[in-house]
Design a protein around this ligand. Structure first.
Ligand SMILES: C[S@@+](CC[C@H](N)C(=O)[O-])C[C@H]1O[C@@H](n2cnc3c(N)ncnc32)[C@H](O)[C@@H]1O
Length: 336
């Protein structure tokens, strides 16, 4: 692609994600199958306007998510990733990141940078994201689905990064802000000697059917603790936090890490799972996610050195950093 084409592609990037959002929201990917189906039937099945549906299907096919043969459409392997029942479904992510709330907050980006004040959730909704989620169950449902969707990618990377790690001295692992338990349930399955706990807000864990601990049959070794990581965390041998510290400012992170330090035994450990910002010369997804964090809350993405400084400010020592092959995320280990 020429520079001209590359820049145009960036300019129109949001059109593509909005077209995809509409397709997922309207159920296109759960209706279209590998057997070609006429656009009329798709529209009828989903109770949509025929003429407009055809144009949406055509645009989705133009992005490689569907295959078009005249007025018939079938799903491609890429499109299958948007199906509800795909084991690596990305459905939750698109519904959250291109949904109305996250769409609305991005418009504040230039003003935030002018004013030096991040958190567009406060600008748009006059409240922080987790307060908004607590008061808006529909948003909370989409948010939790998205976290599960992200976890389907990230849990495998954490497992790979920590594959050679000796867990034999850890008996109780606590996942701080562990959501509906995808990461911890997988670690409990992999390490049968482990017991676990998940510290979370009440609204995230109240629908028991959605919890991974029961879906993965590790209920008997895991408890959900309702609480606030800014007040106190439950005692455990080691702690893991995935996509938590990036939500918060440096001072807020030090508060969380200090609370974990206080509840840890002398041999205590903490694992921080985050996108790690590489050296300036390397383009990386973390540099985009950092802007997303600027919009969404008080947090940011950080370099390994920045995490090491946060650990030290809370009394921990930075012991190791583990990387999966993909380099999308990394795991930082702190020791007491
Ligand atoms: C970005 S999500 C990450 C969830 C999960 N760790 C994952 O990676 O899928 C942040 C989580 O922190 C939880 N959380 C927010 N504030 C919290 C608090 N004060 N105490 C405990 N959990 C909190 C949220 O409910 C949410 O599930």
């Amino acid at each position: 692609m020429s520079d001209y084409e590359k820049t145009l592609d960036i300019i129109f990037g949001r059109w593509k994600s909005q077209i995809l959002y509409a397709g997922v929201k309207l159920g296109i990917f759960d209706c279209v199958t590998s057997v070609p189906k006429n656009a009329t039937y798709i529209a009828k099945e989903l109770k949509l306007d025929f003429a407009l549906t055809y144009r949406l299907l055509r645009a989705l096919a133009s992005m490689g998510l569907l295959k078009q043969e005249l007025h018939d459409f079938s799903i491609t392997t890429q499109g299958e990733l948007l199906r509800k029942d795909h084991p690596q479904t990305l459905r939750g992510i698109i519904l959250l990141e291109e949904g109305p709330e996250h769409y609305a907050i991005w418009k504040h980006l230039p003003d935030m940078i002018l004013d030096g004040k991040q958190d567009a959730f406060i600008r748009e909704y006059d409240q922080k994201i987790f307060e908004y989620a607590d008061r808006n169950p529909q948003y909370a449902e989409v948010f939790n689905q998205a976290m599960n969707s992200y976890s389907r990618i990230q849990t495998a990377l954490v497992s790979e990064a920590l594959d050679g790690y000796d867990f034999s001295n850890i008996h109780h692992l606590c996942d701080i802000g562990g959501g509906q338990g995808h990461l911890l349930s997988n670690l409990l399955s992999k390490y049968p000697h482990l017991k676990g706990s998940i510290l979370e807000l009440e609204s995230v864990t109240k629908n028991k059917e959605l919890l991974w601990t029961s879906k993965m049959g590790v209920d008997d070794r895991c408890t959900y603790v309702i609480g606030d990581m800014f007040n106190e965390v439950p005692p455990a041998d080691a702690y893991i936090m995935k996509m938590i510290l990036h939500d918060w400012s440096d001072d807020e992170c030090v508060k969380i890490l200090s609370n974990i330090y206080r509840s840890s035994p002398n041999e205590g450990k903490v694992f921080i799972v985050e996108h790690l910002i590489p050296v300036p010369e390397i383009p990386h997804f973390s540099k985009f996610f950092d802007i997303h964090m600027m919009c969404i809350a008080s947090g940011r993405e950080r370099t390994i050195d920045e995490y090491a400084t946060l650990l030290e400010r809370a009394g921990w020592k930075h012991a190791n950093t583990f990387h999966p092959r993909s380099g999308l995320i990394g795991v930082i280990e702190g020791k007491k």
